[in-house]
Design a protein around this ligand. Structure first.
Ligand SMILES: [Zn+2]
Length: 160
């Protein structure tokens, strides 16, 4: 083995084998309703706090700032504003599929119309020059939906 600057030329690779682990978990009552609305009606649900009136997407039980229980589910628009984004150019394992997601792809925070917090999802980046903070985006739903976050394929930039 030749060395250059103290570093070996040979690179070792450790192969752990074909490990697979089935993983199932309950998404809860609010999560179930959220995913059913995506699947059955292409609707995005949020939940309104009875105290501060903020709407959170996806729905959760408790408002963090008020610490009040929430149960007022409301529909928000599939459109909103891109508030932050990144474009990923290095692949890693997608926790939803267990497989590397093809790069490049966009990922961003979207403040949906009618919501007060940011919803995170993939951003369509066919034309990277159009991806800017503050642009309006719209959810693109899959034709065949299964009741999970992938029922939204991604968000696409709307024409100015
Ligand atoms: Zn609140």
């Amino acid at each position: 083995m030749e060395e250059s600057g103290g570093l070996p030329q040979e690179r070792l690779v450790i192969h752990s084998g074909e490990a697979q682990q089935a993983f199932r978990y309950a998404v809860g009552r609010y999560g179930s309703r959220f995913f059913m609305e995506l699947r059955d009606h292409r609707r995005i649900l949020g939940i309104r706090c009875p105290g501060c009136r903020k709407v959170y997407v996806p729905p959760r039980q408790v408002c963090g700032p008020c610490f009040r229980r929430m149960d007022d589910l409301v529909e928000v628009a599939p459109t909103g504003i891109l508030t932050a984004f990144t474009i990923l150019r290095f692949s890693f394992l997608d926790p939803e599929t267990g497989k590397p997601k093809p790069v490049p792809y966009g990922y961003g925070f979207i403040r949906l119309d009618g919501a007060d917090n940011a919803f995170q999802h993939f951003i369509e980046i066919r034309d990277e020059g159009r991806i800017k903070i503050g642009v309006r985006v719209r959810a693109v739903f899959e034709e065949e939906r299964k009741g999970n976050l992938a029922d939204i394929r991604h968000f696409e930039v709307l024409e100015p």
